[in-house]
Write a protein that binds this ligand. Structure first.
Ligand code: NAD
Length: 268
């Protein structure tokens, strides 16, 4: 290429990561921004904390970043968010369905409203966001839908009925999305993490320590060693690296997989 020729500039790709104000989602958003994506952040919680997370993110990546604080259990508000992202921002190239919640209880004591909210956030919201991005992605003939499922999308544990059902459902939804888009430039895949030390898991370690009277450190060790043959946690950055790969052109024929990153948990 001569000095007078310039490489065609590609428009900056945009990514929405649900639940990106904390934990795994924030690490994925950071990695996507580091790889040149313009981010749309999303999460719920204390307003001033969310704003602080957004401004720290903007400082880290030197870019203006929209933040949506939509409660994903409210389908009409979720639809409005997806409509605004398409009409005001021009849609997204990458959708990462990451937001998730947990509730731990035996089935007989499992409060029905807890069942409803775990299914709503971890499964139904992923259907609604997918429904929201597909028309724009089809028009542009390009897109990546990456669902953060879980090892619990592949195997079960007691006392996690709603979570296990939702994550198995999400793996199923991923396969259907992949098949319906198989003749297009859109792909859909799921990542199935084992234990990652985030607020969602720290709450479970604290609950175990409270119930057993043992130290947090002991419960932390046992929680991971019970499931991971490696006895090591997975890091949010390791998951983020897989998202970057699935979003890349190199993964254009990776369709409908459920990729375990779980210290060997589901190899047993
Ligand atoms: P986290 O609690 O740190 O983050 C969850 C995010 O979801 C937050 O940003 C929160 O704002 C958002 N969220 C929760 N309820 C919401 C609602 N009603 N509306 C909108 N947003 C909502 O959790 P995490 O550990 O980072 O988990 C992220 C994803 O990874 C989840 O889907 C989880 O199931 C999955 N996962 C986590 C682990 C783990 O060990 N941490 C393992 C496997 C899978």
């Amino acid at each position: 290429m001569t000095a007078s020729q310039t490489a065609p500039t590609q428009p900056q790709r945009r990514a929405l990561v649900t639940g990106s104000t904390s934990g795994i989602g924030l690490a994925i958003a950071d990695a996507l921004a580091d790889n040149g994506y313009q981010l749309v952040l999303h999460g719920i919680g204390d307003e001033s904390q969310l704003e602080q997370t957004r401004s720290q993110f903007e400082n880290r990546h030197d870019c203006e970043t929209p933040l949506f604080t939509t409660d994903l259990t409210r389908v009409d508000e979720l639809d409005q968010m997806m409509h605004r992202i398409e009409s005001e921002l021009g849609g997204v190239d990458v959708l990462v369905n990451n937001a998730g919640i947990q509730h731990v209880s035996p089935i007989e004591d499992f409060a029905p409203e807890r069942w409803d909210s775990v299914i709503a956030v971890n499964l139904s919201a992923c259907f609604h966001t997918t429904r929201g991005v597909l028309p724009g992605m089809r028009q542009r003939n390009h897109g990546r839908i990456i669902n953060i499922a879980s090892a619990h999308g592949l195997v079960a544990s007691p006392e996690k009925a709603a979570y296990v059902a939702a994550k198995h459902g999400l793996v199923g939804l991923t396969k259907v999305t992949a098949l319906e888009t198989a003749r297009t430039g859109i792909t859909a895949n799921a990542i199935c993490p084992g234990w990652v030390e985030t607020p969602l898991v720290i709450k479970q370690i604290e609950a175990r320590a409270k119930a057993s009277g043992r130290s947090l450190e002991d419960e932390r060790h046992d929680l991971v060693a019970e499931k991971h043959p490696s006895a090591e946690f997975v890091s949010p950055e390791q998951l983020a690296a897989s998202v970057i790969w699935l979003a890349s052109d190199a993964a254009s024929e990776v369709r409908g997989i459920a990729l375990p990153i779980d210290g060997g948990w589901t190899a047993r």
